[in-house]
Design a protein around this ligand. Structure first.
Ligand code: SF4
Length: 670
């Protein structure tokens, strides 16, 4: 986090900040060209806006970028917080500010409009005219909306002609002949009858099909009693057509409460929100929306989606079931209840039928997001099933596309080092691997080392403004997990990412905030993925540790040889893989290594051939270079360590640099 600086701001802006009222309202940040780049709402404008400019304000990377461009701001006071919320949504829609989270294509979502004419018309539109017309939507699936309107035109025909007034029309048009209009223009259908049809359309669009069918049955009965058999038969056909459609709607819950189930699935910067509309115990529609934001938290992204959707929709249910808790749920409940004219409950169910509905919405969001990623050329970024499963078993809101894992390696407390490996979409991203040398903790204390390294890494991530991985792993159980938690807390990152520890003994997964470990079946793809990540971190840490020790031993054996400096020492190690390899080489082979001439090669051989210095034969160095079984908890070839770490061809000349990316060694001594 960086601090913003008020003193650097223009004096007029400082004056404006001082004059801000402590009332609810909306603020608009503008760039140098006066363009609105961010809109926010506040319970108390003065407090909220000053937090952005206040000296010493801790700002997230995205907010830092925003504030670097802000040159001016405006604000509007509103009577209540609810009105501030509505105004914020409308201004975001109007200005589409760069730094607000926005639904993709939000300008394009169509609605169904029922005009306020004496003989109302029903048609799709993307433009909302506030002249008393009613709107239904938004519909994310244009095709489904058009099919619904086409069905309605056959079953409950309203006039397709466009004049607002039917005065002056003296004969019906073709639509009457093909039975797609009752010709109210010439009185063949009374205004009352016509408005009854429009009412039916309203009920259908609201999902109140049971009520619609019941009304039509009554109408059919009346026609029969009046011996109007042809009209009764027409109404019967309408009922059958509506029932056919209604039967296709899936019955999801036994009660007749109108509900929405709202869920969001996120994969890196992309997110998909799904709203399942349950009306009269049936699943009426599923609306899907896409949006993107890399830096905001899941709660912020979900809240933005929730607010923007419910600011656009005209159909509010009694209950909204949500997969996440949006920011300020009480304010949202107040706002929604005012709009509906009756109580709207916002619930985050944990079990039962309601939870099943949210899980269904979440599943749809996952599938839709996958489809979207493929359709938008992001197939290569699509995460494999094991990653999706891991996100599910850990109850994560965002898919663990990016996973980072820490491991500590030391030999009886000596020369401790740590590794960090980075996996993206289940595959190692070796360019993002990191090494850490730990010099300020001398006693063998895994927890303190873990805390130190986690803090060190994520402090650098914050300073560089890089995004956090969705999942952070530590090798170890409760103790290591607690250490990592403390480090993230100190950085103000607690809750910003999911944190787990994988304990080796029983492969139990310890989760931050859960007292009991999670034990997955041995065959679980999710478990196999975390094991693979942990093993890679382990391998990388051990490799670094061994190399350091190897380098140290080479140094001890070679540092007195004139012409053999640090660079030459490392070049030899990389080329021959070990001190033993160096000692087995011929003078010509040694001389072929860059930086080693014939004279130096002979000197090296002379030194290494001395019984007291020969590796593996005498002295502590030899013993150290061939560690006994069990000293390290994994097997590794030194050649591979050199390859992975330094990104140079191995001693075998396999050209591994080209076959996989070289990592960046950021090791430093502390
Ligand atoms: S029949 Fe009359 S009301 Fe119906 S579409 Fe034609 S002109 Fe319009």
């Amino acid at each position: 986090m960086q601090k913003s600086s008020l003193p650097e701001r223009a004096p007029e802006l400082i004056e404006k900040l001082r004059a801000l009222p402590a009332e609810p309202g909306v603020y608009l940040f503008k760039d140098a060209r006066g363009k609105v780049i961010y809109v926010g709402k506040a319970k108390a404008l003065a407090d909220r806006v000053r937090t952005y400019f206040g000296a010493g304000a801790e700002l997230a990377p995205k907010t830092q970028a925003l504030m670097a461009r802000v040159q001016d701001f405006d604000y509007m006071v509103t009577p209540t917080e609810v009105e501030a919320l509505v105004l914020e949504c409308n201004l975001i829609k109007e200005y589409r500010p760069r730094y607000n989270i926005r639904l993709r294509d939000d300008k394009k979502f169509p609605y169904v409009r029922i005009t306020a004419d004496p003989f109302p018309r029903v048609f799709p539109t993307r433009t909302l005219v506030h002249d008393g017309s009613e709107y239904f939507g938004p519909y994310s699936d244009v095709g489904a909306m058009r099919r619904t309107l086409s069905l309605l035109q056959r079953v409950l025909p309203t006039r397709p002609c466009t004049p607002e007034s039917l005065d002056g029309i003296d004969r019906p048009c073709l639509y009457y002949d093909i039975k797609m209009c009752g010709a109210p223009c010439v009185g063949l259908q009374s205004r009352g009858e016509y408005l009854e049809v429009v009412d039916g359309v309203r009920l259908f669009l609201r999902g109140r099909t049971d009520e619609l069918v019941s009304r039509l049955r009554q109408r059919m009965q009346e026609h029969s009693e009046r011996l109007e058999f042809e009209r009764a038969a027409r109404v019967r056909d309408q009922i059958q057509a509506i029932e056919r459609v209604t039967d296709r709607l899936r019955s999801v819950v036994g009660e007749g409460v109108d509900r929405d189930a709202v869920a969001m699935r996120r994969d890196g910067p992309n997110a998909c929100g799904v709203v399942l509309k349950i009306r009269g115990a049936r699943l009426l529609a599923s609306e899907t929306f896409y949006f993107s934001d890399r830096d905001e938290s899941d709660t912020e992204v979900f809240s933005a989606f929730f607010e923007q959707y419910y600011n656009s929709t005209t159909s509010l249910p009694e209950e909204i079931l949500a997969s996440e808790e949006p920011e300020d749920p009480e304010l949202l409940e107040r706002w929604l209840s005012e709009n509906r004219g009756g109580r709207v409950r916002l619930v985050r169910p944990q079990k039962g039928d309601k939870h099943t509905l949210v899980a269904l919405a979440l599943k749809n969001a996952t599938l839709k997001l996958d489809e979207w990623l493929i359709a938008h050329g992001a197939a290569d970024k699509r995460v494999p099933d094991e990653v999706v499963q891991l996100g599910q078993v850990l109850g994560m809101r965002a898919l663990p596309r990016h996973v980072e894992c820490f491991d500590i390696s030391n030999f009886q407390g000596a020369q401790p080092v740590a590794s960090l490996v980075h996996f993206e979409a289940g595959q190692p991203s070796k360019g993002l691997y990191r090494h850490f040398r730990i010099r300020n903790i001398t006693a063998p204390n895994d927890f303190a080392m873990m805390e130190h390294v986690v803090e060190r890494h994520f402090r650098a991530v914050q300073q560089e403004g890089r995004p956090l991985p969705e999942l952070v792993m530590v090798d170890g159980g409760k103790g290591q997990l607690g250490a990592a938690e403390r480090a993230l807390e100190r950085l103000g990152l607690a809750g910003s990412t999911t944190l787990i520890g994988l304990a080796k003994r029983n492969e139990e997964i310890y989760r931050s905030g859960h007292p009991e470990p999670l034990v997955l079946p041995r065959t679980s793809p999710a478990l196999k993925l975390v094991q693979r990540v942990r093993n890679e971190a382990h391998r990388f840490a051990i490799g670094y540790h061994r190399r350091l020790r190897g380098a140290e031993l080479v140094h001890s054996a070679l540092d007195d040889i004139p012409g053999v400096g640090r660079k030459t020492r490392l070049a030899l190690l990389r080329h021959f893989g070990s001190v033993q390899g160096v000692s087995r080489a011929t003078a010509a082979q040694l001389a072929a290594v860059p930086g080693v001439g014939r004279v130096t090669a002979e000197r090296i051989l002379a030194v290494l051939s001395h019984p007291a210095l020969r590796p593996g034969q005498a002295g502590p160095e030899g013993a150290e270079l061939d560690p006994p079984a069990g000293e390290f908890e994994g097997e590794i070839e030194l050649a591979e360590e050199v390859d992975v770490d330094a990104g140079v061809p191995t001693a075998t000349g396999s050209g591994a640099e080209g076959s996989r990316p070289a990592s960046t060694d950021t090791s430093s001594e502390t």
